[in-house]
Design a protein around this ligand. Structure first.
Ligand SMILES: Cc1ncc(COP(=O)(O)O)c(C=O)c1O
Length: 424
């Protein structure tokens, strides 16, 4: 059963239940410890907890830390974990073995690779990104601009949905282009291969941020011929709050690329304790210091689950869910002026949908109180993420149903829904 986005269709909850019954990924939902009565549409911000994670982390704490103590660096393979888990993320992003390594936060990892990228084009003076990029990317690039230019800071140019496009900002002075594949607010997805081709044509280095792509859409970095990538593991990969980011470096750059932060875990011979830094071979040199091994353990458990997942099925279901959501919003919420901001063309859409609604913050708080959890991004977007491993078609129906009721009854007008928390 397919759902066309262009023409609004008539669909009811029973049809959604039929779609769930035919869903080849349906059994994965049981593998997550989701609370009863919750429709979780925020897996694009913090992924749900896999049931196996707690026992695995407890075992690592009790056996590897408690009993193994310092011996676990060798006996439990702690030292190699960032590379071993990197190899397990690789198939999810079209990377090869030895090309991916875990890092600290995504922000730190972006600094690590963007500096390396800029140094590969020392004669060029411009870094390109996007005005609508996740702000940390732009903040980190300010530091790269300041530090990578030998005598004076590099210049910044930004593409913008309402301003200059890529072709207008690319030129033979551009060193690096840093873009997020799926936009954090709108869910719009770039054509990775096509953008990378244009960036290479201009002689620049392409860095992709995959935070909203990994585990949400199939990614093929090698086929796209990209240069560097970073991404986080706490969203669609379910690694848990604060789980480590990852970095990918194309093999052709392994010999030459120089990371920004040259820590001892990236040294060629860390246990020789030499006075001078000698980079390790390959992506290992992008490591910095001691990894957060308890977070790494949580990620390890979720990657066990991800090893069973067919990403083509994930994409098919993701499109079914987002198309269903958009159709239901069109048919049931139009009278309140709710606007779908996410592209309707499926090739340009990740696994999330953003709605523009007046007083969207309060509307989202009212929705969360009813157990439908999404989030809000200032100034006016309600975001809904559809993680195909645990979101069902009936969840989508129930979410729109609750939203329709909140808008019809104006339940969101209660003053407590307007009070802002630190995190929106
Ligand atoms: C596209 C993008 N990049 C980077 C980040 C920031 O990641 P971190 O907090 O791990 O540095 C986020 C966070 O949501 C994001 O959406």
């Amino acid at each position: 059963m397919s759902i066309a986005t262009s023409a609004p269709i008539s669909i009811d909850r029973a049809t959604c239940a039929d779609l769930d019954a035919a869903d080849p990924l349906a059994s994965f939902r049981e593998r997550f410890a989701l609370p009863d009565g919750v429709v979780y549409l925020d897996g694009n911000s913090l992924g749900a907890l896999p049931r196996a994670t707690s026992a695995h982390v407890e075992r690592v704490i009790a056996e590897e830390w408690g009993t193994g103590l310092i011996r676990s660096w060798n006996a439990a393979g702690w030292f190699e974990k960032p590379l071993v888990l990197g190899d397990r993320i690789a198939p999810l992003i079209g990377a090869g073995p030895g090309e991916v390594v875990l890092g600290d936060s995504t922000s730190a990892s972006l600094f690590q690779v963007a500096m390396a990228a800029a140094r590969l084009r020392p004669d060029r003076r411009v870094i390109v990104s996007e005005r609508g990029n996740f702000p940390t990317d732009l903040y980190i690039l300010e530091s790269v601009q300041a530090l990578a230019g030998a005598a004076e800071p590099l210049e910044r140019r930004l593409v913008d949905d309402d301003g200059p496009g890529l072709d207008e900002v690319l030129g033979d002075d551009v060193a690096v282009v840093v873009l997020t594949h799926v936009n954090y607010r709108t869910g719009r997805m770039y054509d990775m291969a096509e953008v990378t081709r244009r960036v290479h044509e201009a002689g620049a280095i392409m860095v992709w941020d995959l935070c909203h792509s990994v585990g949400a859409v199939p990614v093929d970095l090698r086929a796209a011929d990209a240069d560097f990538a970073v991404g986080c593991t706490y969203k669609y990969l379910n690694g848990g709050p604060g789980s480590p980011s990852f970095m990918w470096v194309a093999e052709r750059h392994h010999a030459e690329a120089r990371p920004a932060i040259t820590g001892w875990h990236g040294h060629a011979t860390p246990f020789d304790f030499e006075v001078a830094y000698t980079p390790a071979a390959g992506v290992t040199r992008f490591r910095v210091g001691t990894p957060q091994l308890l977070s790494v353990a949580a990620l390890e458990a979720s990657l066990d689950l991800w090893a069973e997942v067919d990403l083509d099925l994930v994409r098919e279901k993701s499109l079914r869910l987002t198309e269903l959501f958009i159709s239901l919003v069109d048919t049931r919420l139009a009278e309140w002026g709710v606007e779908v901001v996410t592209p309707r063309q499926s090739s340009q859409r990740g696994s999330q949908v953003a709605l523009r609604v007046g007083d969207g913050y309060a509307v989202m708080q009212a929705l969360i109180e009813r157990g439908v959890i999404g989030d809000f991004r200032a100034p006016d977007l309600m975001r809904f993420g559809f993680a195909p491993l645990y979101v069902s078609h009936t969840d989508v129906w129930d979410a729109v149903d609750a939203l329709a009721d909140i808008l019809a009854t104006e339940a969101w007008r209660e003053p407590r829904f307007a009070r802002q928390g630190t995190v929106t």
